[in-house]
Design a protein around this ligand. Sequence first.
Ligand code: OKP
Ligand code: ZN
Length: 346
Amino acid sequence: MISFHNPLHHRHAPVHEFYRGERVPCFEKPVRAQYVEDALRERGHGLLAPDVDSSPVLAQIHAPRYLAFLQSAWQQWLALDAANASVQPFPSVWPVRSLRSDVEPDNFVAKLGLYSMDNGTPMAEGTWEAAKAGADAAASAAARVAQGARAAFCCTRPPGHHAGPDFMGGYCFLNNAAVAAQWLRNHGSDRVALLDVDYHHGNGTQSIFYDRADVLFISMHGDPRTEYPFYLGHADETGAGQGAGFNLNLPLPAGTSADTWFAALEQACVRITQYQADTLVVSLGLDAFEDDPISKFALKTTDFTRLGERLAALGLPTVFVLEGGYAAAELGHNAVNVLDGFEQAA
Ligand code: OKP
Ligand code: ZN
């Protein structure tokens, strides 16, 4: 499969995140992408460098003030104190209900809170460069599909699906899958289906397209009553305005195994067919895997091949975008199983 890597992903390498008040090593670490790249090469898939600038598409899906903040965040952090070069910024205050989010404060930590949904999304010196190159890789994969390729894969980190119009969160900064979908809309696709199979609800993607009928968003995920991101991803969120009826959430209980998971996938596929999508984007998280350290579904490595086969049967030009998956050593094989299952069935 035509695959793009992110040559700058390793520039995003924060050390710690918080877990129950303690600092623990980051789950979303550079070796994840390395494992996927290695598996791609071992199994005969070449890797291309991004060849498209995603800037115009980023400006369509993210707010200008958020993009300006992200791009200059590290500079602003250093401006507070030169010693911050070896310290990770974390937000500590958020504009929740009744507080104002329309005025951007001058204080950097206050800006971090304004532009984030959690304290679980650490930044590092090269975060902007890595995230931007990842968005370029997503746009590059979409461009190949827009030019007629049956499918393309964007192998990148940090992931993107929790990043909303004007906020970061859940290890995500720029919404790569939304970039791919918007690129396709700009280049000939009329009805894009965006299917998110990551264990965690793609709240950012949902929010970006919630009032639009031209991008159908479907997510299969751990029930937000118990699983991150907690505050979005319920079944009664079906879209708004022009987008009413074009958002489908399929929350599943912790412990869900293959039978139930593939039954939900079937529902997703039925809706995609009924929508008469002309193009498919897949937010390809591999954290539904049974050994994922932060997730609670029970898919096996062979189930990912079956996922690829089922998606191929939709018969749509398809862009795959890597999202989560934290069993790093198995991540490459699980991801490439989806791609190989797809190609063998296509
Ligand atoms: C990102 B993606 C675990 C903290 C969990 C949020 C999870 C973000 C998942 N110690 N923090 O959807 O895979
Ligand atoms: Zn996830």
